[in-house]
Design a protein around this ligand. Sequence first.
Ligand code: IMP
Ligand code: MG
Length: 186
Amino acid sequence: MTQANDTAPASPPYVIDVMISAKSIAARIEDLAKTIQSEFKDTDKLVVVGLLRGSFVFIADLVRELDLPVEVDFLEASSYGDGMESSREVRILKDLRGQIEGRDVLVVEDIVDTGHTLHQVIDMLNTRKPARLRSIALLDKPSRREVDMKADWTGFEIPDEFVVGYGIDYAQRNRNLPFIGKVRFT
Ligand code: IMP
Ligand code: MG
């Protein structure tokens, strides 16, 4: 089935070069989990919020390294165009199922690029009065930033390259690659 936004050709005129191996990702997540565990060691029950869809692999691996009581919830946000591109407005497509007032919350994102998505999601979640709200991103492209935003913890800083894999797509393809790869057009 073809979707409107599904623009990647079936036989892609691009190749994917490994940028971060599955092994390096796993090692980094072990470290990040230790940091998060000490930050939230006194928590009652941490609400780990994955931003759909790109964070689904990262959140799955991350929560399995956490020796803490956790609850998992998801939020889908989408920046949208149609002439409003420059406003970089972020829409909530799917909201959380649970309440976060008075709770400890960790937002899990795949990539911080311009920063608009994470910035607006955090602003919106803060209006719900969580006790503590922190964020983690697997990848960060600091050279692309348009708003002053940084996740509290970052897996890897990367250059301005288009990446796929480990949950991250190019027009809905390549999410299932076990590594982070760089798209190279041929
Ligand atoms: P931001 O609002 O510009 O920070 O948008 C971040 C979102 O853009 C990420 O959650 C990804 O969904 C998407 N994105 C940014 N860079 C890439 C990339 O290199 N590959 C695929 N998606 C990307
Ligand atoms: Mg995303």
